[in-house]
Design a protein. Sequence first.
Length: 705
Amino acid sequence: MSGNDTIWLQDTLAAQYLDKPQFELAQIDGANSARALGLDRLNDNWLPENKIRIWASTKKIPVSTKSDDKGGLYRPIVDPCEIRVLEIKSGGYSEKLRGSLHHCSVEYEHETVVNKARYSETYPTRYALSMDDLTTPVWYTALSYTWGAPVFDRDIECNGYEKMITSSLDAAIRNFRKKDRSVVMWIDQICIDQENNKEKEQQISLMGKIYQHALNTVIWLGDSSPGSDSAIRFLEDICVHLQFMEKDIDPTDFERMCLPKPDSEIWQALRNLLSRPWFTRLWIIQEVILSADARVACGDSFITWDQLALACLQLSTCGISRWLQLNFSDSAVSSGRGDVCQPVRQLDHMKSQTEGGPNLLFNLLIDSRNAQCYDLRDKIYGLLGVCGNRDRPTVRTSYAQDFTVGQLYHDMAVYELSTDSHGLQLTIVLTSVDHDSSDLPSWVPDWRKPRRTTALGCSASTQSIYNANGRHLPAKNKIDFTFNGENKDELRPRGLFVDTIVKTSNLFIDPDLTYVNPTANNETLLQFFNFISQLQHYPAPDSVFSAFWHTLVAGKDGSGRLKCPPSFAEIISLLLDASTSQSPSLPGQTYSARQQRPEGRGKLELSNLASRMPGETFQEVRAAMKVAVKNRRLGITEKGYVGLLPEFGEVGDRVYVFDGCHVPFLLRVVDGAERFRLIGECYVYGIMDGEFIKEDMNFKQIILV
């Protein structure tokens, strides 16, 4: 690349990601609103005053009565679209915090207009309207932060009352408070009466509007720490230096790529920054997705969300995030966290999906499974702002003590199945179960618990990999399942019994695969071999070796989106013999032409797995195996099938195929009756493409409890 090309590239990237308007917190008079929007001034498209007055003239301003007003800090909220915002009074960092609450409405939104090119467009409504007259704009900045422990040991004077807040919020307000002017922010801990469950329920329904109407959003990671300022500046540099890198970068090439040396302290600082608690919160999903202009702040340093997301994407694409995971850790901040770039990448992916239309609530639940919240009902409530209108009105929003987490999760599963017009969600609901929860029906996913395994059949793409039910039903055919009883605790899908488990292996907790000293280091592969080598033959027309290598990767490639390619058999065969010191190791084992060549004449050997092409296939096999096997165990059935079972699978459990589900499931008989608990999805080689299904077989109703 020439010098001019480099300058052009840097200028282009700067314009796209770096040259954002200077971040401005909202002010009570809106004086800085144009600058924050990147405009010279607010034009009629952004603030249509005449249209606002016309709209306000049709509205009746609600007035709270004396019976409504109980006194104290919080004046009652009486309008469905009413919120409070906090005006933070000016002051020095260490001075007492003071503020006042203002009531405003987020009901008004700009109408869609047709521009000169005859395209329809809607300007974002980046303000609320004062509840005093419904015509005065109220500009505010939304705050996204981590509450931390629910210990309220700091205070702010608000409307003449002392309001106790957490230390994390105290630090955020002090950081953003200005010495010379007031700023206006929406902060959930203060703007919502946290002791009023009814109000909390009503305000949750407005979360989407609150973030969409905000002038901007500031994400507070916390006070600065050693290296955090440098880490944020480094993230900005990564957007430029790694923009077009599409392959792994070896640490020996870091300096050539204008990156810090592998032993630089900046790498640990970067990992520490991306391991901060904010990245684990559930509420950040809607806060980021719905914010038009989100900036990330750590101490006095800022970076745009787009820059952060791009940098994390580049770090992952180049393999640096994996290198960080292996070489840098800090138990104080990471507490076992893996790829620190993954939460940002996943969140930005969800944001891009939402831009194409609203998400289904259940899909959001799956994507946010590992996110954390203090009240576990918020695992669902915290996503309502970004789901489609189809889901939002049907979910009961209640913080009442008699409405338990289990009831909410049960109602969510029933709703998802009841509104499924084609039966496609039956697979998604059932494959979301990989736990054992005594307070829920076995078929209801427990969103309190992170997934222990990577789902086999949860995504729509896996329908092209698996077809255990032997048919992909056309959309017009609804899958037959029913609920039983007033409480709908029993689910009754139609299923077909396949076989019974007669032997299980130990659990695979941390599987891995290597070509370095395989006899000593390939523990997972040898455990697989020792278990499956008990079989001398496999149900026709398959071989024991074919069952071995397909089961090792659950029939998937390294991406998890396609069937495993035949080239996997060659690599696994090579590794298997090197690990067992046998040849062949299993009945029916195959060898490619490259494996059978004489020494030195293009023969495929272990050393070749360090080279480019065989090495890429090996890494694909390794990635597929680690995902497929982790926290699962092997099982052998009475008829001689081999499969990957859920963590809690036991001898005596039964394999079933359900009508409309493309993966099989493991069930356990309850009390000797024809009632079953769902243990989870499974992979059983030899039935995954519908081989077991015959035309004269009838699916019968199964009772899941």
